[in-house]
Ligand binder design. Structure first.
Ligand SMILES: *Cc1c(COP(=O)(O)O)cnc(C)c1O
Length: 391
């Protein structure tokens, strides 16, 4: 029978605690979610700044739907590029301190498109082992020589770069999505410069969230367009909307418009999404309190978790994973947390390495300190109930 292995594969995943299923949310996105007829405090979204359902962002979306309608009608290069898209690109370029910015429909597509437009056969691409799947897929599909270097290890990377020929592209997450730590961007930028390579940073989890003005990891480290020629950001996380962009030089952006296939052959975002994103960018630029609040919550969570003896990772971002190890146990704890009214997702292989399943706790500027304390109390109670080794 053709494809008879599919059922076996699904059974195997279930046996290993690796089966994935969706939870249907019936409320708006936010820190209080309704699911399965009950309410839970949300500790797993990437809406770090609480903008996904912000009134000003939602209003901008509604007003733009009134003036633009819903669909963009076509790809950007045909007739789908509106004044809303164009204004957002200009504002994102200014915000990131780059010459130009170019919108993509998703971050996944941006990463595939950029890497494929920049390198191919005869070139080489270097990626951190813990890079996001879209960056790895972009590198693998490009036809360039593909090398992974040890996580955040510039000393491992540099000799590999020295041996390579052709155009060389170093690619890294800014804030690592499943660990929450920062890439060593100043060292990576120096190594890339020394070896005649370009550095590309995917700051999906840093933009809006890190840096005094929300400029992300590049603001945090003070890195220019020359240091990091290719900056990619997503709009569905800290920005609270949807889509992605790439920022850099005039030449980079014009190259992408001519040759990034995931830019050319896809429908432009709805213009109302672009207008909603312009509203969220205003909030990101002006409301520093959201980032300050996040820092307070991160510190409170870390000190409480340390007192409980939970295994944290070296992260100062709102991504605060608790390492559990075993996949089944991670799922059991996640389920017990939901029973207690807290939604925390169990992240398992292949998203993370074998034996490193974790509870990926994420904090939002909309959380209250009492909610963080409540989560810690629930973790402590589950530890007691499931036995010493639970967490
Ligand atoms: C979420 C994410 C992406 C993908 O962005 P989407 O807009 O959701 O497709 C890319 N890179 C990183 C690091 C991410 O966390």
């Amino acid at each position: 029978m053709p494809f008879s292995h599919l059922t076996d594969n699904l059974d195997k995943l279930a046996q290993q605690g690796l089966y994935r299923s969706r939870r249907t949310i019936t409320s708006p996105q936010g820190i209080h979610l309704q699911l399965g007829g009950k309410s839970a405090v949300n500790f797993c979204s990437n809406d770090y700044l609480g903008l996904a359902n912000h009134p000003a962002v939602a209003q901008a979306f509604k007003d733009a739907a009134d003036s633009y309608g819903v669909g963009s009608g076509s790809a950007h290069l045909i007739c789908g590029h509106s004044t809303a898209h164009h204004a957002l690109e200009d504002e994102l370029a200014a915000f990131t301190g780059r010459e130009r910015a170019l919108l993509f429909s998703t971050g996944y597509m941006a990463n595939i498109g950029v890497i494929n437009a920049l390198v191919g056969r005869g070139d080489a691409v270097f990626e951190d082992r813990l890079n996001h799947a879209s960056l790895l897929d972009g590198g693998l599909s490009s036809g360039a020589k593909f090398k992974r270097y040890a996580h955040a290890d510039t000393a491992h990377l540099e000799p590999l770069l020295a041996l390579a020929t052709g155009n060389k592209l170093v690619v890294t997450d800014g804030v690592f999505s499943m660990d929450g730590d920062f890439a060593p961007l100043p060292e990576l930028a120096a190594a890339a410069k020394n070896q005649g390579a370009w550095l590309m940073v995917d700051d999906a989890h840093g933009l809006g969230v890190i840096g005094k003005h929300g400029g992300g990891l590049l603001e945090h480290y003070g890195l220019s367009q020359e240091d990091v020629p290719v900056l990619m950001g997503t709009l569905g996380k800290g920005f609270g909307t949807f889509g992605a962009f790439v920022a850099g030089s005039e030449v980079l952006v014009e190259t992408l418009i001519q040759s990034a296939r995931t830019y050319i052959y896809t429908t432009a975002l709805p213009p109302a999404i672009a207008e909603a994103t312009r509203a969220s960018l205003q909030i990101i630029k002006t409301e520093n309190w959201r980032r300050e609040k996040l820092n307070t919550l991160v510190a409170r969570f870390r000190s409480g978790a340390e007192q409980l003896g939970l295994q944290l990772m070296p992260s100062s971002s709102p991504i605060q994973p608790i390492l559990v190890g075993d996949s089944q146990r991670t799922v059991a704890i996640s389920n017990a947390l939901l029973e207690a009214g807290f939604l925390v997702s169990a992240i398992r292989p292949p998203t993370v390495a074998q034996g490193t399943a974790r509870l990926r706790v994420t904090l939002s500027a909309s959380h209250e300190e009492a909610m963080v304390d409540g989560l810690l109390d629930a973790l402590d109670a589950i530890n007691g109930k499931l036995g010493q080794a639970a967490l």
